[in-house]
Design a protein around this ligand. Structure first.
Ligand SMILES: [Zn+2]
Length: 127
């Protein structure tokens, strides 16, 4: 199943950006079962080598605070935090009023981080 899913992702995208989920650390918490079930480490490794073989850009970014940061205004004042906050799937930013789905907001922040890294990695040409 992982082979089929990663194959499909790599064949339908030119660039894939993932967060640096620390599966080993999460496996030592109460979230262990879901982390191990999801096979995060295997999935990410498979995705990376398939991207490299297919010429698809693969970028891994530090995902710290990506679930807590508003993807519209960058505020972290009103987002759910800590272990208790993990159960809250939707929240509204009190700064800009945007209603967020936790996973989509996090994905938008990871995408933005990947783009910043790409922009920073492009050499400036001087004549
Ligand atoms: Zn906001």
């Amino acid at each position: 199943m992982l082979h089929q899913f990663t194959h499909k992702l790599v064949n339908s995208h030119a660039m894939i950006i993932v967060g640096n989920v620390n599966a080993k650390a999460l496996a030592q918490t109460k979230l262990a079962k879901s982390v191990l079930d999801a096979s995060w480490t295997t999935f990410r490794a498979m995705l990376k080598y398939k991207c490299e073989n297919a010429g698809v850009w693969f970028e891994e970014v530090n995902e710290m605070y990506t679930t807590q940061t508003c993807s519209c205004c960058s505020s972290r004042l009103s987002s759910p935090k800590g272990r208790i906050g993990l159960g809250i799937r939707e929240w509204q930013c009190m700064e800009c009023g945007t209603l967020h789905d936790r996973d989509i907001n996090s994905a938008l922040n990871i995408l933005a981080l990947g783009h910043e890294r790409l922009a920073g990695g492009i050499p400036v040409l001087r004549n």
